[in-house]
Unconditional design. Structure first.
Length: 347
């Protein structure tokens, strides 16, 4: 007896759906083109011309990241476009902390069964994030892997490459007395969501519940995309020695990330009374019984990026970030010591 021949589609992988997705996302990727872009989606690799991008003696900088368990909320609610912006933000905000201008981005999207509409929304979000960062979406990979992911589950990873002229790396010359400028976040961003999900579960609410601290559902509020700080930072860098250091406030919060831009023997003194704790963090702290040290070590608490700036350059740095739409607050100083010292209180 002759067995019927199997096909890849019958095994759970739909190549035609993948090809459809590539065609659907080509216009979004094309919108992200910038100087240096040399190829469109669909090839075996992607090309980028550093000379055409304006660099003379470039040093390349690379970063990779994901979105963490925030993806679970996106999957549960079906609100998936914003996590594409998150994916870009987590990579490019790290790149610029090294002094690099993000140039191009590649994504990896993996799922058990490809939903072309959902995947298109995710990748259009990635393209929007690239537009906000000024980098080109030049390639990626869509992997359909039945048996690896169940239901509508999917995973994301991103990879960004940037460049700077040799000798302009950050942090550089961070000094005692430098002013710490805090740039406002757009909520929880993309860290701490394993704890966030536990708090929501403990509260008895669900993602569709009216938020007790905003005019949206809890799911919608928690899915607000991570803010991208790149264009303001690049503008400040272009002004000369305006920035001594940048710290992206991700996992580890202010407590763990500020020391990453400090040289040995210097630390940060932060005035917690300098800004207002956003309502989402007040609610998480109250509902979850989260103590202040844990809150500051887990979440951004309203500050998504911190710049260390010489006192005589504060106005220039503030202008550069404000031009890109960021709220800027003086939150502290660089001082002798190690780690982060807090004064005042979160309000």
């Amino acid at each position: 007896m002759t067995k019927n021949g199997l096909t890849y589609a019958e095994a759970g992988v739909d190549i035609d759906a993948g090809n459809t997705l590539v065609e659907r996302i080509k216009p979004a990727a094309k919108r992200t083109a910038r100087s240096g872009t040399m190829s469109s989606l669909g090839g075996f690799g992607a090309l980028f011309d550093l000379k055409a991008a304006g660099f003379t003696d470039p040093v390349l900088v690379a970063a990779t990241d994901g979105v963490g368990t925030k993806l679970k909320i996106a999957i549960d609610t079906g609100i998936v476009g914003g996590v594409g912006i998150d994916l870009v933000a987590m990579c490019v905000n790290d790149l610029v902390c090294q002094g690099a201008e993000p140039l191009f981005f590649l994504d990896y999207f993996a799922t058990g069964k490809l939903d072309v509409d959902h995947a298109t929304q995710v990748i259009e979000g990635i393209a929007e994030g690239c537009t906000r960062a000024g980098c080109a979406l030049i390639g990626g990979e869509t992997a359909e892997m039945p048996g690896m992911y169940s239901g509508g589950d999917f995973d994301l990873a991103g990879f960004a490459v940037g460049a700077m002229e040799r000798g302009r790396t950050l942090p550089s010359d961070v000094s005692k007395g430098d002013v710490l400028l805090g740039l406002a976040s757009d909520g929880v961003h993309s860290n701490g969501y394993s704890l966030v999900r536990r708090v929501v579960e403990r509260s008895g609410l669900n993602w569709e519940s009216q938020s007790p601290y905003s005019d949206t559902t809890i799911g919608e509020d928690l899915l607000r995309p991570t803010r991208i700080y790149v264009k303001g930072a690049v503008a400040a860098i272009a002004e000369g020695r305006v920035l001594h250091g940048l710290a992206h406030i991700t996992g580890g919060g202010l407590t763990e990330n500020l020391p990453r831009m400090m040289p040995d023997g210097l630390g940060a003194e932060v005035n917690l009374s300098a800004w207002e704790l956003p309502p989402v963090f007040r609610w998480l702290a109250q509902e979850g019984g989260i103590e202040k040290p844990e809150l500051l070590k887990t979440f951004n608490c309203g500050i998504g990026m911190v710049a260390a700036v010489p006192e005589d350059k504060v106005d220039v740095a503030t202008w550069a970030f404000a031009q890109d739409g960021h709220d800027v607050t003086v939150i502290g100083r660089v001082v002798d010591g190690e780690g982060v010292t807090y004064r005042g209180d979160l309000s």
